[in-house]
Ligand binder design. Structure first.
Ligand code: NAD
Length: 478
């Protein structure tokens, strides 16, 4: 069995016990074993990062650019192999796994460019003979804590801006998907990332994650995961006055108005609700449908759901892979059980057998629901969507906004007026018109409102807000 160690100070070090990485499509397929560190591993990584800081800050923008560009190119060159690993450990289809890997490559290349675009401001002073310069500097040592559902793209969209802005990094990936993070660490190492600038400490959230958040030597924490964990992290960071960025859950609405083109709306809802097994923070979980189109929309959705093939993600005919593990599957099945009590009808949602023992579940659609039901208030994080029937646009908008979350919101309509109105009034960080709620570009701001996000946005040029600090310098010419 291949053993995988943590990367600390440029060395591969075994930390604690090895834990199995299990394929959710075939529980007999053990992808490898990965060493789980603890608080002492985080101490070691912080010391390594401290020693690396001075050298890393002195790297020219060109040298940083070249490193990130090489990492992006290497990931792209191995996209097929990494995508396959991603599908095996997380359960996305191979096409989705390769697509996510290519996304990670593009992110590294984008931030390679950002290394060369770090301009400041010069402003005249209100006083005579004084010049003011406003520049950005690295924050210092940044802890990155990531979830299992985008095991290469999310680490990439945190590591790349952190390094581009001159920070040192300690990454703790999710316990369920250490493989892609380990490959990313190998590539950074191979491409010449100086020892200690990037460190990988695998392990549990309650030990390694907690130690990163509470470590006085770590200046900032960027976290993606559940709202419950995020709230806890915000509390610790707040007390320590540590910079923090949180990306959390969603209960994203997709509004289908009477004038929607069903040939656009139905594929957008099938994609947004069921692709990647519904395990996307941006998934469409509440389908809010205007009365006049309700029956036709539901009929076409059910027909399309029937055509979705659930199975081994490495089989090119599969549309929906497995749920990530037994615990998540049980949670999804519990919600299907709840839906059987709350909704007027449940279509699908049952556990399925695969060719091998895995965590397969049929896509589920809950009909005849309202927005007060628990199935429409809590994030399920599986291949499940609800239909909420509404009378008109105003009701649709009000239901869409009636949630504690605010990550994405979508609308399908042919009316420019209502699309414009929705874009302005939807309480979400990202709004989609005639597009699935999931699926974003990598060069623009990503993030939400309310319980979905806290702190500065991720990705694109907006990432600078979190990964750098502003300095204002005054000089008197004499
Ligand atoms: P999770 O909160 O259980 O875990 C996320 C990460 O936090 C893991 O690495 C975990 O080990 C770590 N962690 C757990 N407890 C910790 C603690 N006490 N201190 C520090 N770290 C700790 O989430 P998950 O189940 O891995 O991911 C699914 C969730 O992520 C969903 O809610 C989903 O919506 C959300 N998500 C959000 C986005 C976004 O950008 N908004 C993107 C992807 C996933």
């Amino acid at each position: 069995m291949k053993k995988h160690d943590c990367l600390i100070g440029g060395k591969w070090l075994r930390q604690g016990d090895y834990h199995e990485n299990i394929n959710p499509s075939d529980v007999d397929d053990i992808i490898g074993v990965y060493s789980h560190g603890d608080a002492l591993s985080v101490d070691l990584a912080v010391e390594a990062a401290k020693s690396a800081r001075t050298e890393w800050i002195s790297f020219t923008p060109q040298a940083r650019h070249d490193l990130l560009e090489a990492v992006g190119k290497t990931i792209a060159g191995r996209a097929e192999q990494i995508g396959r690993l991603l599908s095996r450990e997380e359960g996305k289809t191979l096409a989705e796994g390769i697509g996510e890997t290519m996304r990670a490559a593009q992110i590294f290349k984008f931030f390679a460019g950002e290394c060369l675009r770090q301009a400041g401001d010069i402003q005249p002073s209100v006083r005579p003979d004084i010049d003011i310069e406003i520049t950005r500097e690295p924050v210092g040592i940044i802890g990155l804590i990531t979830p299992w559902n985008f095991p290469i793209a999310i680490p990439a969209w945190k590591i790349a801006p952190a390094l581009a802005h001159g920070n040192c990094v300690i990454l703790k990936p999710a316990e369920l998907t250490p493989g892609c993070a380990h490959v990313t660490a190998q590539i950074l190492h191979e491409c010449g990332c100086p020892p200690g600038v990037f460190n990988l400490v695998m392990g549990r959230g309650s030990t390694v994650g907690q130690a990163i958040v509470a470590h006085p030597g770590i200046d900032a924490v960027s976290f993606t995961g559940s709202a419950a964990t995020g709230r806890h992290i915000a509390g610790v960071c707040g007390r320590m006055m540590k910079k923090v960025q949180l990306e959390m859950g969603g209960k994203n609405p997709m509004v289908i108005l009477d004038d929607a083109d069903l040939s656009i709306a139905v594929p957008a809802c099938i994609n947004g609700t069921f692709f990647s097994t519904g395990q996307r923070c941006t998934a469409s979980s509440r389908l809010i449908v205007e009365e006049g189109i309700h029956d036709a929309f539901v009929e076409e959705m059910v027909a399309e759901m029937g055509r979705l093939k659930v199975g081994d993600p490495l089989d090119s005919s599969t549309h929906v892979g497995p749920v990530v593990d037994a615990r998540q599957l049980q949670s999804n099945l519990d919600y299907v059980g709840l839906a059987a009590k709350e909704a007027s009808e449940v279509i699908g949602g049952e556990r399925l057998d695969g060719a091998r023992e895995g965590f397969f579940q049929a896509p589920a659609l809950f009909l005849g629901t309202n927005n007060e039901m628990r199935i429409n208030r809590e994030e399920i994080f599986g291949p499940c969507g609800s239909i909420i029937r509404v009378g008109d646009f105003d009701e649709a908008l009000s239901v869409a906004n009636d949630t504690e979350y605010g990550l994405t919101a979508g609308i399908c309509t042919q009316s420019l007026k209502r699309a414009r109105n929705f874009k302005r009034r939807a309480e979400a960080g990202m709004v989609m018109v005639n597009l699935p709620t999931a699926g974003v570009d990598y060069h623009v701001a990503f993030g939400g409102r309310k319980a979905s996000s806290y702190g500065p946005r991720e990705q694109g040029r907006y990432a600078a807000e979190f990964y750098s600090v502003v300095k204002t310098s005054y000089s008197f010419a004499g």
